[in-house]
Design a protein around this ligand. Sequence first.
Ligand SMILES: Nc1ncnc2c1ncn2[C@@H]1O[C@H](COP(=O)(O)OP(=O)(O)OP(=O)(O)O)[C@@H](O)[C@H]1O
Ligand SMILES: [Mg+2]
Length: 332
Amino acid sequence: MTDAIVVEGLVKRFGATTALDGVDLTVAEGSVLGLLGPNGAGKTTVVRILTTLLEADAGRVEVVGLDVSREADRVRAAIGLTGQYAAVDEYLTGFENLEMVGRLYRLGRAEARRRAGELLERFDLSGAADRPAKTYSGGMRRRLDIAASLIARPRVLFLDEPTTGLDPRSRLSMWEFIADLADGGTTILLTTQYLEEADRLADRMVVIDRGRVIARGTADELKAQVGGQRLEFTVTDAAVLPGMVERLRPLAVEDPVVDVQARRLSLPVSGGAEVLAEALRRLDGATAEIFDVGLRRPDLDDVFLALTGRVAEEVATEDDPTAEPAITGGAR
Ligand SMILES: Nc1ncnc2c1ncn2[C@@H]1O[C@H](COP(=O)(O)OP(=O)(O)OP(=O)(O)O)[C@@H](O)[C@H]1O
Ligand SMILES: [Mg+2]
């Protein structure tokens, strides 16, 4: 299989800041790469260099076999980009925005209009097609932005934090759109701060921190490094914990961890929500003391802790609405 994206020894400095310090990665044609990292890791810088918006200081970058600095025009014709911040024209309607982008890509007028209608339909924006984009919600803008990046049917699509700031329902539908594109054969490089998102969409992941790759692999490989998911029980009386451990031990893939002070039992498990159901069945009736229970998946914080021994200090900022703990009952 050929690689649609090849990056070797990529270095980028901004004055005294080394934003990228020798990044290597490849993305096989037709696959999805998740580029993960906390704020300031260098994700957007990678995307900007790969999409010809920024010159690297060192390194080799090829997209669809073309050198991004020497053949920038040809690269641009082959790619689509949805940046971290929506780039729609506020005063144009959704339809006009897409038509304009189509014209910029040198589609004929009729073809640009046809494509605009098609994409509005696909992204559930037909009803808002004739409203100015400034009346759109954040989620609608995001969808319009992605629609715009698809106008010219790019072979390679770059999505920089496609779901940051979206509510859970919009995030789920965005995931479906992206998964559909991937199924259709588009090569995708997406950046994200959420392991769950990369897990859901990406074939492979590269984790960067301070401009360096600190881990790479499939979701399973990364999670194996992190320790996988666990069932967490908090009880009202620590005295019931030993009995629970006995009943639940057969479900554990590693040793259960009991924290008497916190009245908590953490059980490393594999599988989805069904393991939670099975655990409750095994506790059969002895659930009166359970105060809280959840299936906890590793998030990027856990990855960081496991890989670097420190917490990703910049991940959970106050403007990050999704920084809630990842206690979910099988959202996939
Ligand atoms: N134009 C610029 N001038 C100076 N420094 C920059 C510039 N662009 C990025 N940087 C710095 O380079 C580093 C990487 O930034 P980058 O935007 O690539 O991070 P990121 O991983 O996309 O972060 P976020 O999750 O916040 O979007 C940061 O330290 C940032 O401050
Ligand atoms: Mg960024």
